[in-house]
Write a protein that binds this ligand. Structure first.
Ligand code: ZN
Length: 162
């Protein structure tokens, strides 16, 4: 990554710079929106809506034990929908449901370099929930930015394992 500290725009602060400068060179690349994570109390209860009402096909269900969630994935073109059901009252999804009810939980961007993406975000002022990516659903490497530094949107980076 190019060192930006000599840029006059740095006087605005590194955090602000990342949002105001479209000329900022990016070392890493977000390639697309990978999926939207949606918190539900029960995947079984939500399935008929996604399958019958929307006509999407469930591509797979998986439990991610480290996150205390069950997931189900649906393709909507290039973007996927990830339903998240808590498997424990201690699950972050259980806490989300308690506070907000069911709804959109996070947005996930596919990156071609998740480690670089995380350190770039940190360098440019974002707060990380995970400094090191972990294995999420579909065997992908995933990590989250804190919503306090991403304007209220819980943001995930993900990368398919090579
Ligand atoms: Zn996700």
């Amino acid at each position: 990554m190019r060192n930006l500290s000599n840029s006059p725009q740095c006087q605005a602060g590194a955090f602000r710079l990342s949002f105001i400068s479209s000329r900022t060179p990016t070392a890493t690349m977000i390639t697309k929106i990978d999926h939207l994570g949606i918190a539900v109390r029960s995947i079984d209860e939500a399935l008929p809506y996604y399958e019958s009402v929307l006509g999407l096909t469930c591509e797979g269900r998986e439990e991610v034990e480290s996150q205390m969630v069950k997931t189900a994935f649906f393709a909507a073109g290039e973007v996927h929908i990830e339903l998240l059901e808590p498997t424990s009252a201690d699950s972050p999804i259980a806490k989300f449901l308690e506070k907000n009810g069911p709804g959109i939980h996070h947005i996930a961007f596919a990156s071609d370099d998740i480690h670089g993406q995380l350190s770039q975000a940190k360098d440019r002022g974002a707060r990380l929930i995970h400094e090191v990516p972990f294995e999420g659903a579909g065997g992908k490497l995933v990590a989250f930015l804190h919503p306090k530094s991403s304007f209220g949107v819980l943001t995930e980076f993900c990368q398919a394992k090579h």
